[in-house]
Design a protein around this ligand. Sequence first.
Ligand code: HEC
Ligand code: HEC
Ligand code: HEC
Length: 423
Amino acid sequence: MMRKRILVGSVAAAMLIAAGAFIVPPGSDANAQAGKRLPQLDTGDASAQPWKRYAGWPVRDASKFNTLANLASPPPPTAARKLTGPITGDSTKGAVLVADRNRGGSCLACHTMGPAGGTALPGNVGPDLSEIGNAGREDKWLFNYVFDARVYNPETVMPPWGGHGIFNEAEINDIVAFLKTLKSPAPYKTELDNPDKRPAPVEKRDNLDPIENPGMWAVDKAQELWKQKSAIGFSCNTCHSDPKESFKTWAASMPKWEPRLNKVLGVEEFVTRHTKATTGDTWLMETDENRVMSVYLHYLANGTPIKIDTTSAESKAAIERGKALSARKVGELNFACTDCHGKSANKWIRGQWLGEPKGQADHFPTWRTSLQAIWDIRQRFQWCQVNIRADELAPDAKEYGDLELYLVSQNEGQKLSVPGIRH
Ligand code: HEC
Ligand code: HEC
Ligand code: HEC
């Protein structure tokens, strides 16, 4: 399907058809040829399908749990579980379990728990539990709070450790036995150990300085790509010889509702679909060429305040869907975006500071220092899913489009500054 619409072979630039103000490649659709609409491949996928998770990302089957596209998680319990007797778990085993990062990231990601975890940096998404042993909590309450806190607090941020089978009942007994031993304030060695005192990180690096931000190479690389001719002899430059002028605000108006695709279209998917329909090149989302070109198109609009269409009925509906998706609990750990970037924003999840949505969309694609790689926003969405044990979607999924539009709508007025630089 995809190929048929593009003339393959050695069609020279001489075959360019000038139609009205548009120069349209020979393989493009009839309306684009007639100068009526922008050349864009409206069929087929814009990313590799079936989507394969990145090598090096954790592999596990989370298909039993909700994703942004599918509801599958077991329903929350309707009543607290009864205990057969007092809890007689092994607190030594419990101390190990609460710090075990392979079991859902460990309790210390969100709680200080007295001496537990040794040198691990605790987070403060949840309350300090260092003295929970003095709080007079009943065994049944503690057991159920850890097993599945939704029986007491339907809005809880805590993962349903028992409800989703991350810990079994015997293990939860051990954890409760350990909680009951916690009776004195946390022995912080330095102020930095204390998440309530740890200063918020400030990004001081100049992201537009190529010496500080290696991601700036993408801007150079894109300028080469701009002129690189495809197999049919076309390049971006064939039709856009002055991108600095033509696209100096465009990326700040993206993403947008695209009626031709019946979904929200972001810069990266546009690049795939427009490139295919013009130069004939296949620059699928999250390939190097696509990333580099997305960096460049954003870079050209740097300094422009983000201003997207939030008024049309279709955009409004997409933003509402995105808002609902950002509050949807997904994955084995049962987190919604809003659990971390809303309710827990400006807190520490272990050693990581949780940002709020405003300020999250103005610097993508961004250079990740820790990974030595450029991530576009859809890859960031994917990781925020995989990391909480949810199956991610393909980058061109319509759900990500809705989510992106909603996120960007919360960043309106922020000035683009791409490529960003982040840890
Ligand atoms: C993602 C963050 C997060 C993780 C991880 C987490 N908790 Fe919590 N926990 C919270 C939050 C937030 C609360 C506060 C109330 C709520 O949201 O339900 C809480 C409350 C609690 C409470 C009730 C405290 C009280 O006195 O009201 C207990 C007990 C508890 N957590 C134990 C644990 C244990 C044990 C683990 C690990 C198995 C754990 N938590 C992991 C976020 C977390
Ligand atoms: C054969 C001609 C042709 C080629 C080649 C071409 N484009 Fe375009 N492009 C167009 C036309 C026609 C439009 C719509 C009118 C306009 O904005 O100039 C357009 C529009 C755009 C827009 C604005 C889209 C919008 O929503 O208004 C961007 C960005 C863009 N092109 C980028 C590129 C990039 C990047 C390449 C190279 C991968 C490229 N173009 C190659 C013809 C072309
Ligand atoms: C368990 C907590 C958690 C959940 C749930 C979560 N994230 Fe994140 N997210 C993080 C952490 C940690 C970071 C890296 C630190 C930071 O930049 O906030 C991050 C970073 C981001 C960033 C980049 C921020 C920046 O300034 O570069 C975006 C965008 C983002 N998340 C979006 C989402 C979306 C959308 C969802 C829901 C699909 C989501 N996150 C769910 C923890 C979470």
